[in-house]
Ligand binder design. Structure first.
Ligand SMILES: N[C@@H](CCC(=O)N[C@@H](CS)C(=O)NCC(=O)O)C(=O)O
Length: 213
C-alpha cells in the first residue's frame, strides 16, 4: 500500500493508522501548492487533486480520509482499529468518522495555506474559529472522563480527530476552553506510532516554501 500525503495535512490520520496497524506501507509526498509528486501530476493519481489517497495497486486507489481509515482498520482485525461491521461500536466509530470529516475537517480551513480559497486575514481566522467552536465543544464534552472517542479505546476516529487538535495547536487557536481535547491530544502524542509519524512527516507542508517531492 502506498499513501499519498502532505506533511501535517489530513493524510496524517491514515499515516498514523497505517503505523498503528503494523502493516507494510510506503509514502509518497505530494506538493499541495503545485499538485506535483515525484511521479508527475498528482491529478493522474487522484483526479480530485487532494490528499490523502491510498494506492492498493497502481490502478486501485482509495480516496476520502474516513473511507481510507475504515479500509486500513479492516485489514488488521486483531488491532481493534475499527470494529466488526454492524455492532454498536462499529456504528459509533462510523458516526465519529463522518462527523469529523464533514463537521470538523471541512470547516477547519487554514487561511494561512498558500492557495487556499479563504483569504489570509484575521477575519478569516476568526470566521473559521466561530464555525468550529460549537463543534469542538461538542467533541470536548464527549471526551469527558475518557482518553479516546469510542469505549475509551484508541480506534480509527481518534487518528482523524488528532489531525484537528494538531491544527488547533499549529494555527494558534485558543485551546484553553477544551481541557478534554487537550488531554486527548496529549494521549495521542504519547503513542509511539504517533511520535514516529510526526517525526517522519516533519514540518507541516503549509510552512514549507519549497516541498521537495
Ligand atoms: N473530502 C476529502 C478532503 C481532503 C482534503 O481536503 N485534503 C486537503 C488537505 S487536508 C487537500 O489536499 N487540499 C488540497 C486542495 O484542496 O487543493 C477527504 O475527506 O479526504
Amino acid at each position: 500500500m502506498k499513501l499519498f500525503y502532505a506533511a501535517g495535512a489530513s493524510s496524517l490520520a491514515p499515516h498514523i493508522l497505517l503505523e498503528e496497524s503494523g502493516m507494510h506501507y510506503t509514502l509518497e509526498r505530494v506538493n499541495l501548492d503545485t499538485k506535483i509528486w515525484k511521479g508527475g501530476e498528482y491529478r493522474q493519481v487522484n483526479p480530485k487533486n487532494y490528499v490523502p489517497a491510498l494506492a492498493i495497486t497502481d490502478s486501485y486507489i482509495l480516496t476520502e480520509c474516513a473511507v481510507i481509515l475504515e479500509y486500513i482498520g479492516k485489514q488488521v482485525a486483531d488491532r481493534n482499529l475499527i470494529a466488526i461491521y454492524g455492532g454498536e461500536t462499529y456504528w459509533k466509530q462510523r458516526i465519529w468518522l463522518n462527523y469529523i470529516a464533514t463537521e470538523l475537517h471541512k470547516n477547519f480551513i487554514s487561511p494561512f495555506r498558500k492557495g487556499n480559497w479563504l483569504p489570509n486575514t484575521a477575519d478569516s481566522k476568526s470566521f473559521v474559529y466561530k464555525r468550529a467552536l460549537p463543534r469542538l465543544k461538542f467533541v470536548d464534552n464527549a471526551l469527558k472522563q475518557q482518553d479516546y472517542l469510542v469505549n475509551n479505546e484508541f480506534s480509527a476516529p481518534d487518528a482523524y480527530l488528532f489531525v484537528i487538535t494538531n491544527w488547533i495547536k499549529r494555527l494558534g487557536y485558543n485551546f484553553d476552553d477544551f481541557k478534554n481535547l487537550q488531554s486527548f491530544d496529549a494521549s495521542m502524542r504519547a503513542r509511539p506510532a504517533v511520535q514516529r509519524v510526526l517525526q517522519q512527516e516533519g514540518r507541516p507542508h503549509s510552512l514549507q516554501d519549497d516541498v521537495k517531492c
